[in-house]
Design a protein around this ligand. Structure first.
Ligand SMILES: [Zn+2]
Length: 118
């Protein structure tokens, strides 16, 4: 399962960040997941619950921030939602645009350290 390797990477990275901060454990980790990042949020939740056992994140919550996929339309000087699967065609002026401005994010945006493993 694809999400399991992502969850494992998130857990390892969050654990490293917590240790760099002098914390033993993490109580919550926030990740930003773009609509086009290829991650199914429910599957990621499930994978996180499986992968966190026995790590510094054993008692941690996973908070997922979903980022909608938006492309930029030059003629309109506005963003438009491309949806999934993406359709790079401005709904307002009918021009194509492949200038994707958001939607591919897959990043940790915050961790909540806790002093001891939960
Ligand atoms: Zn347009």
């Amino acid at each position: 399962m694809h999400e399991l390797s992502i969850a494992t990477a998130i857990i390892e990275r969050a654990g490293e960040l917590a240790r760099a901060d002098g914390a033993e454990a993490v109580s919550a980790v926030t990740v930003r997941v773009g609509e086009l990042a290829g991650v199914v949020p429910d599957a990621l939740d499930f994978a996180f619950e499986v992968a966190r056992d026995g790590t510094a994140l054993a008692g941690a919550r996973l908070v997922v921030e979903r980022i909608p996929a938006q492309a930029w339309c030059g003629p309109c000087a506005e963003e438009f939602a491309v949806g999934t699967p993406p359709f790079f065609w401005c709904p307002r002026c009918d021009h194509p645009s492949t200038d994707l401005r958001s939607g591919r994010e897959l990043e940790i945006t915050g961790i909540e350290p806790s002093p001891a493993p939960a």
